[in-house]
Design a protein around this ligand. Sequence first.
Ligand SMILES: Cc1ncc(COP(=O)(O)O)c(C=O)c1O
Length: 403
Amino acid sequence: MARASREMQASGRASQLPASPIRRLAPLAEAAKERGIHVHHLNIGQPDLAPPESITRLLDRASSEELVYAPARGASDAVSAWQIYYSHHSVDLEREDILITAGASEALMLALLTTCDPGDDVLLPEPFYAPYKGLLSITGLNPIPVPSGPDFAPPDADLVRSLVTPNTRAMLICSPSNPTGTVYGQNDLEKVGAVAVENDFFLLSDETYREIVFDGPAAPSALAIPGLEECAVVIDSVSKRFNVCGLRIGCLASRNRAVIDAALEIAELRLAVPMIDQRAVVSALTSPRPYVDTVVEAYRERKDAVVKALRAIPGVVAHPPGGAFYVVADLPVDDAEAFSAWILREIAINDETVMLTPMSDFYATPGMGTSQVRIACVYNAETLARAVSIVGEALEDYPGRAG
Ligand SMILES: Cc1ncc(COP(=O)(O)O)c(C=O)c1O
């Protein structure tokens, strides 16, 4: 057989994907486990809470009839369930406004593919959910970082306006935000929405954590803002609200039919999202409460415990979130990634250590977030407080402590 004339390497597109610090830190966590140390994974958004019983019951009863291809848009009863779900959030949608996806992750990819072309600019309030950077890279889009307001408030509309370029095609927001917990109120959405309408760009709104809000019933949806019918595209997911990250169900929703029709054409290439997963969440979607209320209360207690434990550590600044289930902390270190790696290598208190998420990856602006970490509230309050106290003890001994 003739030898390949060039090395068979992965594509430039694939190899240019930004490296993730989590991937760099993971081997250190594995090595700690091999040394018999228990690692508290404060780094991942994989909640420990039990899902609604209606979901596990349906999964137990799943039949072979559910092992068929679902329609590309989604199973009919599942699409109806999403319609009912949105009606509880003051959003009336037609079935044709909804496309069921494999989690918010697929919805994000479809949103970018159907609203933007390679080379377009996407406004990105920072810090943002770190995979946005990779999604923009793989779809050939340029992130235009938008600094948040004080305490991670939604960015000022005039600032957004000043960053619009002739190539701006979309702004990608997340509310409540992973990592900051920032919630865009009605007024915030109206203001950034007005800039989008004035400048003909799409407002892509990732509402994965919609119900996880500590002050009020739920974050308003971009789909509920009058005047944004053409530009608002919502990315949604059941992963966090029902604690079923492994089910892989989300949706893309917009009244802009051109966008959803184009997304459906792309979705036809991947054929279907698993029917069982779609059906399993029908009941939870149509009557999410009181389950989601218990979830919110659990996270309220947890984030309060984390903020309190962080504030007890000298030199640490904790940012209480308005929603979602993460807490951002400024640490007295110059390089939070080096500190996170050092903890995994050097620290074991009663055979326990912690894995943090260093936050430079959550920014597109070089040099930002270097002393910040994100803590995911995915354990009970007591365990979280103990895990944070390990960070405090580590800081006392850390040779690279700033100041
Ligand atoms: C803001 C945000 N968007 C999207 C996702 C992806 O969610 P899914 O599991 O639905 O793909 C996550 C997961 O952590 C997230 O935090």
